[in-house]
Design a protein around this ligand. Structure first.
Ligand code: ZN
Length: 450
């Protein structure tokens, strides 16, 4: 067994990698962009033993692991090597407000009210910029390659938030690919502001979005004209050729998802719509679920599961331990061929008091919460290729010609990847060792507290 002193020397050697061979890496097959090279050995977790040649920041060759190597070689001795991961659903504008927002009680209505109060009191450009930068620096240190954030886009707020987003997207474009979707209650599309918001989003190259509940309301009620509102949203998206990403049914009792699916079909938007949460699917009968999944499949919807936040918000009542854990039936959706990603969602805000923009952590928790093990099969896809596919970007896999954006983990098996937080992961961005460290919470010390 190798001693841990490999890592400081590895970091030093990766500082100038014009040509570096990572020898005897172990890569989950589901994280390879192409077929497993002929002759490569695949272990019982479904990971291939490979050599990776990096030239000028890109992956030049992937080949079966060899015994002998030249002196440009860094011997990984069968450690796991992963691509940098993808967070397909985040809220960078809400993040890191938990200490100053009024108490939410940890419930969905409480979180909504606390966030509204915080937004009205504090969300100017400077505040948004500081918190988004803190979140992105954190994600960078954890080795996140891309983030799709939702942005609260209420009238009077949207212009401020989207222009700050444009600024951070430009600043981080060399390391983190950023996308954004506008987030408003669906009834906002009933009036003129819906069209103005669609224009703001189109001007910033974003996605049209929303949450399938009424302003000030909760999921599952108050949207009698949901089909009309969805028609309006899809018409605005279609006129501007925007993708659609919605928050849907984040509750035990709510049934907007079939309306969204039928709207996608009505507007020929199959394959261009992502739905996050979809918690209430889990409480359908087996027959209802089978029919529902078939409709989602016909509509070409992609689903993003946000298990850490669902477990925090769903079924919370004072003095009572939650019985229902609120997570999406991911295995059934994937078995039907529906694209599913796992993502981080909220981070240290009224909707989720914790989190750290760390997709490896979100993925490790997702495996345990959703039982994506025994076997692991291609569970890794949820934070890699499936998430990249939903965002429509070339990332989340390791392949020839791709940038050498990689994580080397002190792990020889998937159970070891999942068991530890891997705070000692070695991150390469374009083949260069990244020495970014996590920003200190001290940077937020002057925030007011509630
Ligand atoms: Zn969300």
């Amino acid at each position: 067994m190798n001693d841990l002193s490999l890592f400081p020397s590895l970091a030093a050697r990766l500082a100038r990698p014009e040509r570096i061979r990572l020898a005897k890496a172990r890569i989950p097959v589901a994280l390879l962009a192409d077929d497993v090279p002929v002759g490569a050995e695949v272990d019982r977790d479904g990971s291939a033993r490979l050599d990776i040649l990096i030239e000028n920041g890109r992956i030049a060759r992937i080949a079966p692991a060899l015994a002998d190597h030249s002196n440009d070689t860094i011997a990984l001795d069968d450690r796991h090597v992963w691509p940098l991961l993808i967070d397909a659903h985040a809220h960078l504008d809400k993040a890191h407000t938990v200490r100053r927002a009024p108490g939410s009680g940890g419930t969905h209505p409480g979180a909504r009210a606390a966030t509204t109060a915080d937004r009205l009191a504090h969300w100017n450009a400077d505040d948004l910029l500081r918190r988004m930068e803190f979140g992105l620096a954190t994600a960078d240190a954890h080795g996140v390659a891309a983030i799709r954030t939702h942005l609260d886009s209420h009238e009077g707020q949207a212009e401020i938030t989207w222009s700050v987003f444009a600024e951070v997207r430009e600043r981080w474009k060399g390391s983190i690919t950023l996308q954004a979707a506008g987030l408003v209650p669906l009834d906002v599309y009933r009036d003129d502001y819906g069209a103005r918001l669609a224009d703001i989003i189109a001007n910033h190259g974003g996605l049209l979005g929303g949450v399938t509940r009424a302003s000030g309301g909760t999921h599952g009620s108050g949207l009698d004209d949901i089909d009309l509102l969805l028609d309006r949203l899809f018409a605005l998206a279609k006129e501007r050729e925007l993708g659609v990403d919605l928050h849907v049914d984040e509750a035990a009792q709510a049934d907007a998802l079939p309306h969204v699916a039928r709207a996608a079909i009505r507007h020929s938007y199959e394959g261009r719509v992502t739905c996050g949460h979809c918690c209430s699917l889990a409480l359908l009968s087996e027959n209802e679920l089978r029919d529902r999944i078939s409709l989602l499949s016909d509509a070409g919807l992609s689903i993003v599961t946000l298990p850490t936040v669902n477990m925090y918000l769903q079924d919370r009542q004072d003095g009572r331990t939650p019985r229902w854990r609120g997570v999406t039936p991911v295995q059934e959706l994937r078995a039907a061929g529906i694209s599913v990603a796992a993502a981080g969602d909220n981070c240290r805000d009224p909707f989720f008091a914790y989190g750290d923009h760390d997709m490896l952590d979100t993925w490790r928790q997702s495996v345990r919460i959703l039982h994506l093990d025994h076997p692991y099969a291609d569970a890794v896809a949820l934070a890699g290729p499936a998430a990249a596919g939903i965002m429509g970007i070339d990332a989340g896999t390791i392949g020839v010609g791709r940038p050498a954006d990689l994580m080397i983990l002190e792990a020889w098996s998937l159970d070891q990847v999942i068991a530890r937080p891997h705070s000692d992961r070695v991150i390469l961005r374009k083949g260069v060792f990244s020495n970014r460290t996590l920003p200190s919470y001290g940077m937020l010390a002057d925030f007011p507290t509630a």
